[in-house]
Design a protein around this ligand. Sequence first.
Ligand SMILES: Cc1ncc(COP(=O)(O)O)c(C=O)c1O
Length: 458
Amino acid sequence: MDNDKESKGSLDSSLLNSSLPNSASLDLEAYWMPFSANRRFKKSPRMIKKASGMYYTTTTGEKILDGTAGLWCVNAGHGRPHIIQSIKEQLDQLDFCHTFNLGHPKPFEFSQHLTAAFPQMFNHVFFTNSGSEAVDSALKIALAYHYSKGEGHRTRLIGREKAYHGVNFGGTSVGGLPTVRAVFGPLLNGVDHLPHTLDIKRNAFSRGLPQYGVELADRLEDIITLHDARNIAAVIVEPVSGAAGVLPPPQGYLQRLREICDRHGILLIFDEVITAFGRLGKICAAERFNVMPDLITCAKGLTNGIIPMGAVMVSDKIFNQFMQGPEEVCELFHGYTYSGHPVASAAGLATLQTYQKDQLFDAVLNLESYWENAAHALKDSPHVIDVRNIGLLAAIELQPRADSPAARATEVFQKCFDKGVLVRNIGSTIALSPPLIITQEQIDTLFQTIGEVLQSVA
Ligand SMILES: Cc1ncc(COP(=O)(O)O)c(C=O)c1O
């Protein structure tokens, strides 16, 4: 502890003199970085100063090609002028107003255009501030839906192994990544998990949807037999698992899940925090795969990552159930101070306009086969045991090192960064999800850099 610091409890006198510090003089200690090896990072920080289009610039001036769209979120690319301008205009007009029995126009306007962009039955939207909150909101909406139908016994939630649904208690409970769950105790009661669908033995180097694994959806029937359908509220899955290392669903799998849920009155939730807003060439994966869930969670590309915001897209069936009691009574005792925040709503609306103006979802469909070929060209590179892809998502799965399974991918990440390319290492996987504005030339740079690095990694 630094005893020379001014006493706590009063504002630091240097605060008012503070301008943009140069990174060499920055004290990194106070900020506890999320999902990070804090001590290692702070010994050798990688600091970004600015971003534009497809590139970050570091504080030391290197340009870094963004192969990850920030964190799967900056789908329209960095620094989009129309979005920034809309945020500024909104700030000049109205900085904050809540929406608990009060209103301001922006979230209504945004909701109208957002629902128009989603598949037909999604005509309502509940705003949150993040993907994690969207997931927990969707789970609560599912429970409250059954309750309001007189089926309050439907309380069980079914997730899936290897799933990532954010970090709140609901999402952590239905999630299936051991490291994300392990140290947080028993989590929610009454949760069960489907098996994951990663099957490298049968499906290695699949292009798009893997051929094998539809039968894994039938395991839901076993879970239903065990717990009794009348006790189950909802099944939640990512249509394409992201944080587990990009796992496209086996052919027919999502359709099969939908059929089983329908047979048993169970709601189906798609967590589309990564897959919505063009990542798969459509507004959402439900549309791409033509399988309609009851609720869709989204965030990230909702505002191009510029302002935090999440949303639950709510189908008519669910919404209408809530709108039946006395009009003067609040229909859902749930919400956030910042639900429908004016600045976030302005960012979201301008983001949708940008997607439309630049036809970015179609751009993904046009690029998809080029992207796929570039990814699969790494098939014979050292250490590569699988390549998976769909839309503008790809994963290069590396043979884990026996002594330290994630070390090789971490090294690849570091070496790519040093060569001016940002990739994401997840366990032994390199995951890629660039802004949708990426060009063929930039795709070449991305995969060629990874290929070179793989040659140099033990
Ligand atoms: C599928 C999915 N759900 C939920 C989340 C959580 O979103 P947030 O980090 O905005 O809370 C993520 C984040 O990556 C995600 O990929």
